[in-house]
Write a protein that binds this ligand. Structure first.
Ligand code: PMP
Length: 397
């Protein structure tokens, strides 16, 4: 007997919250924990562009035979164009190789394991704070995780000098995790000038950027949100991107993302790709098809692509409106503390500055669930639940 040696795992900080929310019998409860987009009626609908692509697939798909280890070819090349733009030198020079992978999480895990299995690199630097699952993913792949400062609690803004000071302690070959846009959990992103500085720092210190790009299109737009990545890709010889279409195509449960390795030349990229595929083969052999076929279908069809971009714009704009309404309504509820910084943050999340005790009271007394760090999923706010949320916050601050 061996299972009696197993210790109970702690509940996941984000998904565990959803379990607690589901078990809560109160009618007026609100879940602002997990990062899932909700429309104004509180639903997470399937995008129209996705439904149309699925219909098309239903008619045209002829086989459920295995995909290759790296997935759907048309999907992989569409991913590269979305990340770097159509004529970027890393694509033209054959320096970028892409393998479809199960979601952003699967892509990050494949990336980390590929590095550990094939290089001397053993350290990854992540921002403090960062998405709660990063530690788990990287430690599972046997990387050691170090933190660089990122957030300045006093200003609710970025502490760029501290970020640079901490990354100065990184050594050649270390990985640096960078959120491509819509930083989770703070909603605070680097500006273009800061991206240039990070690109030079990685070049000079020979650090390898690992971009976690889970929210392309949720910040300023599909192209705009990729600018930081492109600035860095213009400068450094090597980088990795783990991207996800869970949010921007609403394909959460299809588990669709990709890992892209950019190497200094075509030959090195191809050798790296052989090992990325070997890593995948040892994990799940080859990826599921449906999500990739949906994304590839939409991106290859002018009408569907235009529809998708407009649906993405609607999601982005609704969240931006909720940020403004949240700040206004808190004021109207008589909250004196300044929350105006929330309307300038990007993406689904807001780092509210609410402390653990306040977060606990919101849950226990008012049925409002947010992550212990004070991260609020603005994407879960609606005109209907906003008064409930703001009245409760007014009582705890
Ligand atoms: N990275 C970040 C920063 C995320 O917020 C998320 C999703 N919460 C992911 C990666 C993982 O995305 P997926 O669901 O596609 O695995």
């Amino acid at each position: 007997m061996i299972f009696n040696q197993v210790e109970l795992a702690p509940a996941d900080p984000i998904l565990g919250l959803t379990d607690a929310f589901k078990a809560d019998p109160r009618a007026e409860k609100v879940n602002l924990g997990v990062g899932i987009y909700k429309d104004e009626s509180g639903q997470t609908p399937i995008l129209k562009s996705v439904k149309l692509a699925e219909r098309k697939l239903l008619d045209t798909e002829t086989s459920k035979s295995y995909l290759g280890i790296d997935g759907v070819q048309a999907y992989n090349s569409a991913v590269q164009t979305l990340l770097f733009g159509a004529e970027h030198t890393v694509i033209e020079a054959g320096r970028a190789v892409t393998a479809q992978a199960p979601g952003g999480t699967g892509s990050l895990r494949v990336a980390a394991e590929f590095v550990v299995r094939n290089t001397d690199s053993r350290t990854i630097w992540v921002s403090n704070p960062t998405w709660a699952n990063h530690n788990n993913i990287f430690e599972s792949a046997k990387l050691s995780v170090k933190q660089y400062r990122y957030y300045d609690a006093a200003t609710h803004g970025m502490d760029f000098d501290a970020m640079l000071a901490d990354l100065d302690g990184a050594v050649a070959g270390d990985l640096v995790l960078l959120h491509g846009c819509c930083h989770n959990p703070t909603g605070i992103d680097l500006n273009l000038a800061q991206w240039e500085v990070i690109a030079q720092l990685c070049l000079e210190k020979e650090l390898v950027p690992l971009f976690d790009f889970a929210y392309q299109g949720f910040g300023a737009g599909v192209e705009e949100d990729a600018q930081g990545l492109r600035v860095v890709a213009n400068v450094v010889p090597e980088l990795i991107v783990a991207n996800s279409f869970s949010k921007n195509f609403g394909l959460y449960n299809e588990r669709i993302g990709a890992v892209t390795v950019v190497a200094k030349c075509r030959e090195t990229a191809e050798i790296a790709f052989s090992q990325v595929k070997s890593t995948i083969r040892g994990n799940y052999s080859n990826p599921p098809a449906h999500g990739a076929l949906i994304v590839a279908t939409i991106l290859a069809d002018g009408t569907l692509r235009t529809l998708w971009e407009s649906e993405l714009q609607q999601m982005r704009e609704r969240i931006a409106q909720m940020r403004v309404l949240f700040v206004e309504m808190l004021k109207a509820e008589g909250v004196e503390q300044d929350f105006s910084f929330i309307s300038t943050q990007n993406g689904m999340f807001s780092f509210s500055g609410l402390n653990k005790a306040q977060v606990g009271r919101l849950r226990d007394e008012f049925g409002i669930y947010i992550v212990g760090s004070g991260r609020i999923s603005v994407a879960g706010m609606t005109k209907d639940n906003m008064p409930i949320i703001c009245k409760a916050i007014a009582k705890v601050v």
